[in-house]
Design a protein around this ligand. Structure first.
Ligand SMILES: CCCCCCCCCCCCCCCC(=O)SCCNC(=O)CCNC(=O)[C@H](O)C(C)(C)COP(=O)(O)OP(=O)(O)OC[C@H]1O[C@@H](n2cnc3c(N)ncnc32)[C@H](O)[C@@H]1OP(=O)(O)O
Length: 181
C-alpha cells in the first residue's frame, strides 16, 4: 500500500450507520436480487468508512468435502470490499487486485459475517481490507477470524461498461453467437 493515502469523508449517498447498503446491480452474482444462482449477500453500513456483510454458506458453494469453495469466499470478499468503496466513491469501481488469506475451514451451513473498511485512497485507487467470522453454524465463534482480504479498487466511468452492456442477459446471438452454424 502506498504511504501517501488519504481517508476521504464519506459521500452523501452512503447510507447512515446501521442502514442497509443496497445492491449495486440487480444481476450481480454477489448481491443482486435478480441473480437466482447468486450469493444474495446483504450489507449494512458501519459507523465510519466500513460495511458489515452477511453470507449464508449454501451447500452449492462446496469446494472440499463439507467446506466452502475458496473461489466463493474470494467472491464474497470482492463484494464486501467493493461495497465499502461506496462509502467514499459515488460511482462505479472495479477490482484491480485482490488478496485472500484462508485461515480456517468454513463448513457448509455457516453464516459468515464480513467487516470491510477503507484503508485509504489516492487518485483513482481505493485500498480496502476485510475479515470474515463465522457467526452461526456448527463452528461459530465470533472471536475467531476465519479469513482476511485486501483489495485495490479503481474508480471508473460509465463508459467502462459500454463494451459489455450487450452481454447483460448472456452472449448475444450476433455478432458473437453461433447463428452462422
Ligand atoms: C461490477 C462492478 C459494478 C460497479 C457498480 C458500482 C460499484 C460499487 C460496488 C462494487 C461491488 C463490486 C464487487 C465486484 C467488483 C468486481 O468484481 S469488478 C470485476 C473484476 N475487475 C475487472 O473486470 C477490472 C478489469 N481491469 C480493468 O478494467 C483495468 O485494468 C482497470 C482496473 C480499470 C485499471 O485500468 P486503467 O483504468 O487503465 O488504470 P491505469 O491508468 O492503468 O492505472 C490507474 C492506477 O491504478 C494502478 N493499477 C491498476 N491496476 C492495478 C493492479 N492490478 N495492481 C496494482 N495497481 C494497479 C496503476 O498503477 C495506476 O496507479 P497510479 O499511477 O495512479 O499510482
Amino acid at each position: 500500500m502506498p504511504d501517501d493515502l488519504t481517508l476521504p469523508e464519506p459521500v452523501g449517498s452512503f447510507p447512515a450507520a446501521g442502514q442497509p447498503v443496497p445492491q449495486h446491480w440487480s444481476r450481480c452474482f454477489g448481491c443482486g436480487d435478480q441473480s437466482p444462482a447468486g450469493m444474495s449477500m446483504s450489507f449494512t453500513a458501519g459507523e465510519g468508512l466500513d460495511v458489515w456483510g452477511r453470507l449464508e454458506v449454501a451447500p452449492r458453494y462446496q469446494g472440499g468435502p463439507g467446506v466452502i469453495h475458496g473461489g466463493i469466499l474470494s467472491t464474497a470478499f470482492d463484494e464486501a470490499l467493493g461495497m465499502v468503496c461506496r462509502s467514499i466513491v459515488d460511482g462505479p469501481v472495479v477490482t484491480g487486485h485482490l488478496e485472500i488469506d484462508f485461515a480456517r475451514p468454513i463448513p457448509l451451513g455457516s453464516v459468515l459475517e464480513f467487516h470491510a473498511r477503507i484503508d485509504g485512497s489516492i487518485r483513482r485507487k481505493v485500498y480496502a481490507s476485510a475479515e470474515a467470522r463465522i457467526v452461526e453454524g456448527p463452528t461459530a465463534d465470533p472471536d475467531v477470524v476465519v479469513a482476511t482480504s485486501r483489495g485495490l479498487f479503481l474508480t471508473v466511468t460509465a463508459e467502462h461498461f459500454e463494451k459489455t452492456k450487450d452481454f447483460v442477459d448472456g452472449v448475444p446471438e450476433r455478432p458473437f453467437g453461433t447463428s452462422s452454424i
